[in-house]
Design a protein around this ligand. Structure first.
Ligand code: FMN
Length: 340
């Protein structure tokens, strides 16, 4: 088993974003077998009153049972922890590593009110010293070969705190940081502010991953021009445009794409083979077809700005099983036949 693909200056990387309730194990398996991503970050695993037992990690991140904590196609998964208590986070990280984790990411960006009330996620953006203390505690607790990274937003309600918070994460010993180019108060609303990422990237001695609103190759190029980063993270757009990860990987000079022709006109996407594969990959989770159908609908909602969905999404909404969804998508009236 090779070690985790730690980020290094001079070696570009593309990372699948953690998205709670979206990039679960079947979605990570789907995205990673297409070959664009260097690694994935798991959905957050919350550490509140107790140190987490290994079974929690096995349930949230089943890849932990596989060699190298990797998806079936061999893409490693970093495990993200969320919480506010350095000692409990550190002890939980030790349990995760004992159970097979190869890298730990720390969440300093989650805007959910319940999470913030319980002292985790973006709340910590208001307390630079606590960011440092958490990173330091986790870094000290796990072996040096296990990278520890931090994922930050620009700030709580202003953009300036990113400078001090990034410094604190680096001083705490983070191997790299990811910056989502929004404040907490913005939630997921535009606009993103990539420029501060560039300022941090120029100054900080550790790798910086740029994240937020890269929906097209043009967005990617503008983000690269503004930030100068070599490392990027894609979230919602990887689902909305199944070819974007391949195209961005190509821009970065990353080989390994296995998801098909990148240059044809992809005005319309044939979702049937993609969702069929996703259903196949979802089968081992034993959540049942209703669960997988809801996940498919969620995915199609993310893609719903695309032309093929202008009239079709309503019909998919009424479907209750994966089979019904696939049947609807295959209807000539859905517009997909124009793909051929
Ligand atoms: C539904 C959803 C769930 C998310 N869950 C997490 C999470 O568990 N941990 C985290 O660090 N970020 C989480 N994020 C933030 C994403 O990782 C990412 O920073 C954000 O979506 C911006 O990137 P994008 O514009 O490429 O989607 C979530 C975002 C969405 C939309």
């Amino acid at each position: 088993v090779t070690s985790f693909p730690s980020l290094k200056r001079g070696i570009p990387a593309l990372i699948l974003a953690p998205m709670e309730g979206v990039t679960d194990a079947p979605m990570r398996a789907f995205q990673s077998e297409r070959g664009a991503f260097t690694f994935c970050v798991s959905e957050f695993v919350r550490v509140s009153q107790d140190v987490l037992p290994a079974k929690v990690f096995r349930a949230h991140v089943p890849e932990i049972l596989r060699p190298g904590c990797a998806t079936e196609s061999g893409t490693p998964v970093s495990i993200q922890l969320l919480g506010g208590d350095p000692a409990r986070l550190a002890a939980s990280a030790v349990v995760a590593v004992g159970a097979g984790a190869q890298a730990i990411d720390l969440n300093f960006g989650c805007p959910a009110p319940t999470v913030n009330r319980h002292d985790g996620g973006a709340t910590l953006l208001k307390y630079p010293q606590r960011i440092r203390a958490i990173v330091e505690a986790v870094r000290a607790a796990v072996p040096l070969g296990v990278p520890v990274s931090a994922k930050l937003r620009l700030g709580w309600d202003t953009r300036d705190p990113i400078h001090e918070n990034a410094d604190m994460a680096a001083q705490g010993g983070a191997d790299w940081i990811t910056i989502h180019a929004r404040t907490k108060m913005q939630g997921y609303q535009p606009p993103v502010f990539w420029e501060p990422i560039g300022e941090v990237n120029t100054r900080l001695g550790i790798p910086v991953v740029a994240n937020g609103d890269i929906w097209t190759v043009d967005d990617f190029r503008r983000c690269r021009d503004e930030t100068g980063c070599e490392h990027y993270m894609l979230g919602r757009s990887a689902l909305a445009d199944p070819w974007l990860p391949g195209r961005v990987a190509r821009e970065l000079g990353i080989s390994g794409w296995r998801g098909g022709e990148l240059d044809s006109d992809r005005d319309l996407v044939d979702w049937v083979p993609l969702l069929t594969r996703f259903a196949e990959l979802s089968r081992p989770t034993s959540h049942g077809s209703g669960y997988t159908a809801r996940r498919m609908k969620q995915w199609l909602r993310m893609a719903s700005q695309r032309p093929e969905f202008r009239s079709g999404l309503e019909r998919v909404k009424l479907c209750e099983s994966t089979e019904q969804i696939l049947t609807q998508l295959a209807q000539p009236s859905f517009g997909l036949q124009r793909l051929a």
